[in-house]
Ligand binder design. Structure first.
Ligand SMILES: Cc1ncc(COP(=O)(O)O)c(C=O)c1O
Length: 366
């Protein structure tokens, strides 16, 4: 029934297939930035934490009977560390973006979204009236300002950006936060790739720019990346959290987030925070190694290497697999131009990173 469509995908070199890779490959492809995914001691701690309760499954929506003390404990910890007034655990980052954009942008409001915002936000924006959605150039405060001047709503204006962009690894400029404040706009920041990776306390972009938290700021974070688990959270003013509880369909009509995954993120967050200096030093060492070998300055733990075609991206990925290293080959339509997406994650030894970067350098030079 879909032969023609599949054929077209294949011809364009855009064929995707889920695969189980050999476990002995050195993993520079995953978003598990800090290496928690293989930390058996943390898994044990989460298991012990769960054993202190007598219910192990979320059972229902959080608005029925699925809200569990472990969710509450996790939300309180997030509020305390990030200095936001309110928090809510959400099933995944994808659902969190759908929740925020679909629920917060009401009929007379306008959404100003960075053109490279995550696919989940773009999908959610299609649920709105097309005239409500204004896309601005990637990380371009001037374009945002021009568009706000031209299209701002007398009702609410909502800006959506990422802290660290998932494909380029670049950081949103501080000027965007200033513009949001100047226009009294709500600012949604997707911190999927910045929480746990940037800032003096590894809390993400608000921490990185040392920003005092204001009622117009909304932070979304995922648990499937630096926090080494699965799920997501939203931090905002208590009023916005209440509104989401009352209006966001993925929160109201979906089973509450997994309890074990929340417990695992909680124990990982505690370790990350109490050992932040050690983690920061390790992140910086990896960034320095990339600078030394490839001459590229990294501000996050995402290293994109431009490729001339989808085929070249796949061939280079395959070549690196043969040498024992797994990296991501990201092609259109996920990105405009294909890249190798390399994550110099803490879960792999620096000696492996050095060897892989040297190999990469030799590919790039030929
Ligand atoms: C920037 C960004 N936002 C949201 C998501 C979705 O998060 P989740 O995987 O928890 O659904 C991702 C990727 O997974 C992402 O890269």
């Amino acid at each position: 029934m879909y032969e023609k469509e599949l054929e077209a995908i294949q011809k364009a070199g855009r064929w995707r297939k889920r695969e189980i890779y050999p476990s002995d490959l050195v993993d520079f492809a995953s978003n598990d930035y800090l290496g928690f995914a293989n930390d058996a001691k943390q898994m044990q701690k989460a298991y012990e934490l769960m054993q202190s309760y007598n219910c192990y499954a979320p059972k229902a929506s959080m608005l029925v009977n699925g809200y569990h003390p472990i969710h509450q404990y996790f939300e309180e910890k997030l509020c305390e560390l990030n200095r936001f007034e309110g928090a809510i655990a959400v099933g995944s980052g994808f659902l969190a973006n759908i929740s925020l954009i679909e629920a917060l942008v009401r009929k007379k409001d306008r959404l100003f979204m960075d053109e490279e915002y995550h696919a989940s936000g773009i999908l959610a924006s299609r649920l709105l009236d097309a005239s409500q959605v204004i896309v601005f150039k990637h990380n371009d405060p001037d374009d945002l300002q021009t568009k706000l001047k031209q299209y701002q709503s007398p009702s609410r204006n909502i800006i959506a950006i990422e802290g660290v962009y998932s494909m380029r690894g670049d950081i949103a400029p501080k000027a965007i936060f200033d513009i949001a404040n100047q226009y009294e706009a709500l600012l949604i920041v997707d911190e999927a790739h910045s929480s746990g990776v940037i800032g003096d306390n590894l809390l993400g972009i608000f921490d990185y720019y040392k920003l005092p938290i204001r009622p117009n700021y909304i932070k979304m974070g995922t648990l499937g990346k630096a926090y080494g688990s699965y799920g997501a959270y939203i931090l905002a003013s208590s009023e916005i959290i209440s509104f989401l509880e009352n209006r966001a369909k993925p929160i109201i009509y979906s089973t509450a987030p997994s309890l074990f995954d929340t417990a695992l993120a909680l124990v990982n967050l505690k370790k990350l925070y109490t050992q932040k200096e050690r983690f920061i030093a390790k992140i910086q060492k990896r960034q320095k190694l990339v600078q030394k070998i490839l001459g590229l300055e990294l501000h996050s733990l995402i290293l994109p290497i431009a490729q001339s075609s989808n085929q070249q991206a796949l061939q280079n990925k395959q070549y690196l697999i043969q040498k024992g290293y797994l990296v991501g080959a990201i092609r259109q339509p996920t990105v405009e131009k294909p890249i190798l997406r390399i994550i110099p994650r803490l879960g792999e030894a620096k000696t492996h990173l050095k060897a892989m970067l040297e190999l990469l350098n030799s590919i790039l030079l030929t």
